[in-house]
Design a binder for this molecule. Structure first.
Ligand SMILES: Cc1ncc(COP(=O)(O)O)c(C=O)c1O
Ligand SMILES: N[C@@H](CCCC[NH3+])C(=O)O
Length: 443
């Protein structure tokens, strides 16, 4: 069994995270429960910052909050000195409400609405990552209306295909994101951005994909982006002060996943940037990156209670937990694999192989197909590892199932950072029109 961060098995054979026995957490907060190992998140943040410090390059590490965005997470990100990448008004609102410094917020997205842009302009955020020509015009107009000149990066698609699931790779030419480098669109975007009086072009952004285990893709992206910067200087006399290489650094979900230490990705990016710039006598830009998954992914564990089971002789045994695709849609969406353990009997030897089903009305609501466990009983606790990124963030209320609570655990203390949704949260925005009211019990 691979234990991440501060996770360990205690003397009672219970899983413990951040010094907290998860069977106690289940009693106090109920299940399903997202448990975040705060020390591991902080460790990752520090590893990224330290790796950059070693390179001597000016830098910003912007946590991609899409991976897991809550007010507590924004506070932690701020405390660790990182910047923050948001992609919607909801994420921006969360960050601002948490008191995250606006000047360290970067706004992404391929279809920012006028309202979102206005909200970000009013908040005086640090940078807009412009995705397309329509947005560029809109941003310039709205900034001009407000008498502001705003920092922008242009998102370019460098034509690098990261080796990852096709739905989470983004740097290839056929992508909905960004200005294409290969066909000259990115160059036209730079020309146009320079001509907008209310935009201050800092440089360019490239994100090649997610859950990447090798540095080669990043090296190629740096080389392509740097070559583009050099071309822009030669033709337009403009140098970029910032180059953003996005996120995508992989984590361990299951055996066979081979993430590199985060410093290795940073060093590779820095080395490629320094050598390319030196060769061309190009002033070293400030380097920004945007880790999401690698900041929080393996720091998260989801704790479930096992309910029913179904044995089909000669086929398989299903066990069902009190959550599933509503709190973790990744297996259904991407065929993602997870490891798990019976958290209340973690030191017992496995005796059977089971398939872990969720409780939603959907055959595809499966979390794990083959899991080795001691004989599972109703009421056992199942802890699924590496669920910190894109789980809470992508959770839904399908079947009107309430989203779980989130706790941060550290040094034996557990703090609730998101309360479990209530039934009132579920019906909170419902309305019954007058003509349907007669038989209604309430509302
Ligand atoms: C522009 C951008 N930056 C950062 C990220 C974060 O990626 P990851 O969670 O893989 O680090 C993403 C998502 O893939 C992204 O699209
Ligand atoms: N949400 C996806 C990755 C998308 C990353 C955002 N660009 C996942 O769970 O892996």
């Amino acid at each position: 069994m691979f234990l991440h961060g501060t996770s360990r098995i205690n003397a009672e054979g219970h899983l413990e995270i951040g010094g907290c026995d998860v069977t106690e957490l289940a009693k106090e907060f109920g299940t399903p429960l997202y448990i975040v190992d705060e020390a591991l998140v902080r460790q990752r943040a520090r590893e990224f910052m330290e790796a950059f410090r070693k390179t001597g390059l000016r830098h910003q590490v912007a946590y991609a909050s899409k991976a897991f965005c809550t007010m507590a997470m924004c506070r932690l990100t701020e405390e660790e000195g990182l910047s923050l990448d948001v992609v919607s008004d909801g994420e921006l609102y969360t960050a601002l409400q948490a008191g995250f410094p606006a000047e360290r917020i970067h706004f992404h997205g391929n279809n920012k609405t006028p309202d979102e842009i206005l909200m970000a302009l009013d908040a005086n955020i640090g940078c807009f990552v412009v995705d397309n020509f329509i947005e560029m015009q809109l941003l310039n107009t709205l900034a001009s209306d407000k008498g502001k000149r705003v920092n922008v990066l242009l998102r370019i698609t460098p034509g690098v295909e990261a080796h990852t699931h096709e739905y989470i790779s983004t740097g290839q030419q056929d992508s909905k994101f960004g200005f294409d480098l290969g066909n000259g669109t990115a160059f036209r975007a730079v020309e146009q951005a320079l001509a907008q009086s209310n935009l201050k072009l800092l440089g360019v952004h490239s994100h090649i994909g997610s859950q990447i285990f090798e540095v080669e893709g990043f090296r190629m992206a740096v080389e392509k982006v740097a070559a583009f910067a050099i071309e822009v200087r030669a033709k337009l006399g403009e140098t970029f002060s910032v180059i953003n290489l996005g996120g995508g650094f992989g984590i361990r979900y299951v055996e066979g996943d081979t993430p590199l230490p985060v410093g290795t990705y940073v060093q590779a990016i820095a080395d490629a940037m320094i050598s390319t710039c030196l060769e061309a006598d190009y002033p070293l830009p400030e380097i920004w990156i945007e880790p999401g998954r690698s900041m929080v992914g393996d720091a998260g564990t989801t704790l479930y209670t096992v309910g029913t089971s179904k044995h089909i002789p000669g086929v398989r045994k299903y066990i069902a937990v009190n959550g599933g695709m509503t709190d973790n849609p990744r297996p259904a969406l991407y065929g993602s694999k997870y490891e798990a353990v019976l958290a209340n009997r973690a030191n017992e030897a496995p005796t059977e192989v089971v398939s872990v089903a969720g409780k939603a009305c959907e055959s595809g609501d499966m979390l794990i197909w083959d899991l080795n466990v001691p004989e599972v009983r109703s009421g056992d606790l199942l802890a699924v590892f590496s669920t910190g990124a894109y789980n809470y963030a992508m959770a839904s209320n399908y079947n009107r199932i309430r989203r779980p609570a989130v706790v941060f655990v550290k040094d034996g203390k557990a703090d609730l950072v998101v309360a479990r949704e209530s039934f009132d949260d579920i019906i909170g925005n419902d309305m019954i029109p007058e003509r349907l009211r007669k038989q209604a019990v309430s509302k």
